[in-house]
Design a binder for this molecule. Sequence first.
Ligand SMILES: [Zn+2]
Ligand SMILES: [Zn+2]
Length: 243
Amino acid sequence: MLIEADLHTHTVASTHGFSTITENCVRAKESGVKCLAMTDHGPAMPDSPHIWHFGNMRVLPRKILGVTVLKGVEANIIDYDGGLDVCDGSPYKFEFVVASYHRYYFENFERQSEETVTKGYLKLLENPSVDMIGHPTTKHFPVDWRVLVSAAKEAGVLLELNESSIRDGKSPKETVVEMLLECKKQRCPIAVNTDSHFWGTIAETPISEQILQELGFPRGLIANADWAELRERILKRRPCLDI
Ligand SMILES: [Zn+2]
Ligand SMILES: [Zn+2]
C-alpha cells in the first residue's frame, strides 16, 4: 500500500458522495490507513453541505475506529486572484484545507491561459490556511509547472496527485507526468489521494502508483506515504492540533 493517510475524501455531506465518515473509517482501518482528512466541498459548489456541517465537525471524535480524522474542507478557488469560498474570515476552524479549482461555479466558464491560472495559484499560496492544492493537473486549468512547483515548495503547500481525477479523465496522464517530473526535479513534496466519494475507493491508488513507478518518483517526496512523518509536517503548520 502506498499511502498511510488519505487527505482528500468526501462523505454523504456532499450529496454526490455516497458514504458516511464512519463507513470511510471502516475501510481505512481495513486498509491500514491511519488518518483520513474529511474534505467535503465548500459552499460555492452546488451540492455542498450546509455551512453548519463545517461548524459542527467539532462533535466528531479525534479518532473513529482508531483512524485519526482531520476535520477539513475542499475549499473552492473562486477567481484568479487566490480567492476562496471559505477560510478568509470564516468562523470555522479547519484542520486540513484542500483548495481546488472546479469549473462548475464559474458563470459561463472559459478556459483561461496558463499565465492567468498560475497567477491565481501564486496568490492562493499567500494564504496560510491552505495545506494542499487539489487536483492541480485538471485539464480545465492549465499551469506553468516550473513556477507553481517552486512556489508550492517554498510555501510548504502540497501538490496533489489525485487518483479520481486521472481515472475519470479530468487529469490527462501527460499533464500528471509533467507535474511529477517537475516535482522530482525540484524535490517538491506531493500527496497522493483518492478524492473518494464512496467507501470502496478509500486508499485505492492503483493508477497513481503505476505512474509513480514508471517515473521512478522518490517515495521520500510522497508526504502521506508515512503517517508519522506527515503528522510532524501537519503539526509544524498547526501546532495546536491534538493529533
Ligand atoms: Zn475537487
Ligand atoms: Zn474532491
